[in-house]
Design a protein around this ligand. Structure first.
Ligand code: ADP
Ligand code: MG
Length: 231
């Protein structure tokens, strides 16, 4: 088994006026390639902070983060941007699609930034939208899609460029439980079929049930780490 994510002694504080918030304290976490891991914990426990650090969207105060063999502290800004563009897919709670673009254009956008040719972009975007169950919805804008459909577009966008890892921050938080469940089933299918590693955060037990590993975080520290052997 190879390790895709390695966090060692990661700490992060935020300054709120005169108050220092310890969002993460000395977090060690390593995730195996091909994993399907839930980062669980109550609101304010540090889930978003940790995902943002793993995704290179923010820097820790101390500790080291390595993703796909790259140690972040050794990378400059453009190498970091390159890593995010080519190796990491993001799914957010609020979908974060570009409102003026259609579903297919939203999915194409990453490949546009990567310099993939127009024909290939369109073909791959349609193919992946078919995979997530959105054939026939290519030309809909986000506002013309349900929440569940928008999040499926976000899944399609996250996986289209064949990232090594997808980070999903409370991807089902805005969905009803049935829609949330089918989104998790889709993510699990993508994990199995495309061997994409997923780390998703949640405070919902139903969502945790889908995970093969549940890492509990509480007050910025890892509280428990449970592997399910039956999946
Ligand atoms: P979660 O995603 O589990 O709800 P967060 O990572 O968002 O937790 O937050 C962890 C802690 O850090 C909380 O106490 C939160 O209030 C604080 N925090 C998060 N982001 C900021 C910020 N930008 N400025 C100040 N405090 C923050
Ligand atoms: Mg959060």
């Amino acid at each position: 088994m190879t390790t895709i994510v390695s966090c060692k002694g990661v700490s992060k504080t935020y300054q709120q006026g005169k108050v220092t918030v310890n969002a993460l304290t000395n977090v060690d976490l390593s995730v195996e390639t091909g994993g399907f891991m839930a980062l669980a914990g109550p609101s304010g426990s540090g889930k978003t902070t940790l995902l943002n650090l793993i995704g290179g969207l923010d820097n820790p105060d101390s500790g080291t983060i390595q993703v796909d063999g790259q140690t972040y502290t050794h990378l400059n800004g453009s190498q970091m941007a390159d890593l995010r563009l080519h190796r990491i897919g993001f799914i957010f709670q609020a979908y974060n699609l570009i409102p003026v673009l259609s579903a297919v254009e939203n999915v194409e956008y990453v490949m546009l930034l990567q310099g993939v040719a127009a024909d290939e972009r369109r073909e791959r975007a349609r193919e992946v939208l078919d995979t997530v169950g959105l054939s026939g919805k290519y030309d809909r804008r986000p506002a013309e899609l349900s929440g569940g459909q928008q999040q499926r577009v976000a899944v399609a966008r996250a996986i289209v460029a064949h990232p090594s890892i997808v980070l999903a921050d409370e991807p089902t938080a805005n969905l009803d439980s049935k829609t949330g469940e089918s989104l998790l089933a889709l993510m699990l299918q993508m994990n199995r079929e495309r061997s994409v590693t997923f780390i998703f955060s949640t405070h919902d037990n139903m969502v945790m049930d889908f995970a093969r590993r549940i890492v509990m975080i509480r007050d910025g520290r890892i509280d428990s780490d449970q592997n399910k052997t039956d999946r």
